[in-house]
Ligand binder design. Sequence first.
Ligand code: UDP
Length: 274
Amino acid sequence: MSTLSATNSARQKVLGYPVDVVDQAKALDMIESAWQRGRGMQIVTLNAEMVVAAQQDAELDRIIRHAHLIVPDGAGVVWAVKLNGVQVQRLPGIELASATLRQAAVSGRRTVLLGGKPEILAQLSDELPQRFPGLNIVASHHGYFSLDEEEEVVDELTNHEPELVLVALGVPKQEYFIDRWQSYFPQAVFIGVGGSFDVWAGQVKRAPVYMQKLNLEWLYRLICEPWRWKRMGSTLPKFFLQVVQDCLKGKPQRVKPNDTAPQSCSKSDKTDCR
Ligand code: UDP
């Protein structure tokens, strides 16, 4: 059973963006329920960089707000939710994706891997079924295709009627892709997983566990991948300042009593799920 109470499974807001205070068990329950009902869902793994990017990108803004499940991936988002007095723990996208693969393997759910470099995908197509016995990878495609080629890629994937699609194209490309094509995969649970394929393939290392526990994974990424300074160096302070400003202005992003985490649903009834 989930360690979070019913109250804490409420939907919170961070700088106006929804965040579902769910732990892994609750998220997996929702995914299983989507599969059992044969209905798709989009899962966004929210962090501070994404929030700031969405403030300047109307499309990303809309996609985040309309996603079925928005999990607290980043330490900044967790910190902002906690400022509202709500207990929450990070649910890193890579861990949720891994747990979802494990769950998909149990019942042989048709799984697609999309994104990343061709050689990484080839490696994962071999290795993941060994790591998760029963995993049914029905198709995979690297992430280096043009917009013009997208339809062809989607056609190839829809033939397999996937129930799980992990999309590793980076933010916001993966969110745009899922938004554009999700309705062609009515039964699929979509998760945008960023660089997870590279980590699973051993090409990129996650932060040591003590840094993960201290919510310093972002710092580790900055140190190991200095090119991120440009992006994170401008977005993280912006995020921090805005959250502090909201807090000082007494503009709390409180839970509304009936504002609970959404159930999975198809694209057509997304409005009922917000
Ligand atoms: N990627 C891709 N196609 C592209 C650009 C990126 O498949 O056109 C992949 C890339 O190989 C990497 C992932 O997307 O595996 C992006 O990882 P990153 O850690 O940069 O993602 P973030 O979560 O930081 O956006």
